[in-house]
Write a protein that binds this ligand. Sequence first.
Ligand code: LLP
Length: 419
Amino acid sequence: MASIFAFYFFMELVNGIYTIQGIDVAEIARQFGTPVYVYDGSKIASQIKSLKNAFSDTDVRIKYAAKALTNVSILKLVKQNGAGVDVVSIQEAQLALGAGFAPAEIMFTPNCVDFEEIIQGVELGLTVNLDNLSVLEKFGKKYGNTVPCCVRLNPHIMAGGNYKISTGHSNSKFGISVYQLQEIMQLANRYQIVINGLHIHTGSEITETDVFLRMAEILFGIAQDFPALKFIDFGGGFKVAYKQGDLVTNVYDLGLRLSKAFKQFYQSYGRKLELWIEPGKYLVSEAGYLVVKTNVVKATPSLTFAGVDSGLNHLIRPMMYDAYHEIINISNPGGTQKVYTVVGNICETDTLGADRKLNEVREGDLLVFKNAGAYGYSMASNYNSRFRPAEVLVVNGEAKLIRRRDTLEDLLRGQIDIF
Ligand code: LLP
């Protein structure tokens, strides 16, 4: 059955109705209420497939960056499609283990955590990635040559959509500087640490293949000094389109060129290694839609606002990164276009989209935010004591609830009334 739906990779307008895998999106909103996150499972599957195809010439291991969207059903879907997972906290690791990932398939890349958390990672059997010299020293003292680890390097490359999501530059808190290689080697020798992987993640939304190739050159140069490698991890950061005409990472070009460089490298290294990548946005961003209802249309002397039943509590990216999320009025596809500022109902200036041309918006109309799959729900909060949305996954032409909307009990859970 799945192949029947395999062609519907985006929400599309069919006979005046917006559909995902043939299902009316407005019907999903009626059934599950708004605001609701809706994910298209076939899009996630097709993104994984495209990466496998792009890197088919090498032993690629896709480690989905779970922080983008951690719902257990999504994790299971990712696993069913043959990917592993990358986690950044012991809690994400526990979710991944619960979803059925084998411990060794899980890459654990924490930063600035208590060493206890790293011990827990080792005890769970995860592949542990260390990003600080003091942590490497503690690791060496505790485990010597009994537990291998990966090392995260900072290559001093500025890359990615903007400063806030760039992680490999010289002022970044992430990774051990490539200029501290000597110290890494000294610790490795002193404690006989078995370093079985090298890792770099330079940031999110990197469009240029050349950035990855520069990163690769740095890694290949360093890798010769590490005889026990099993893999090299090039991180994530592949850019998808947020609006028409956006530059994106050409994963086919990347796959071809990186695989070629990798092969040349491991021939001189003397042994075949695995090539790891950690896509988050690439796998889930375009698969997700946030469907909201317009509560009010508010015309002021300067602007017309569409005020919706959501806000920065559900989708923080526009306010946090000035991110652009395309908005569509799915209730009025033929309506005359007008300009709106789409805002949430939070007691903050929570502008979700400024100066947007939308088909006329009437109170009650459903608006859809695109690219809501990555860092949407996973960064959502209960600010203003509002409920986080429900989540729905469309698989094999069926819309299934994968998380119910919060309730008052959720808001009170954990609170202790001392009066
Ligand atoms: N690997 C590591 C070690 C990471 O820290 C990240 C993201 C990824 C992989 C996946 O990056 P992606 O492929 O999704 O670009 N919240 C921000 C993005 C922050 C990403 C943090 N690390 C946003 O909404 O744009």
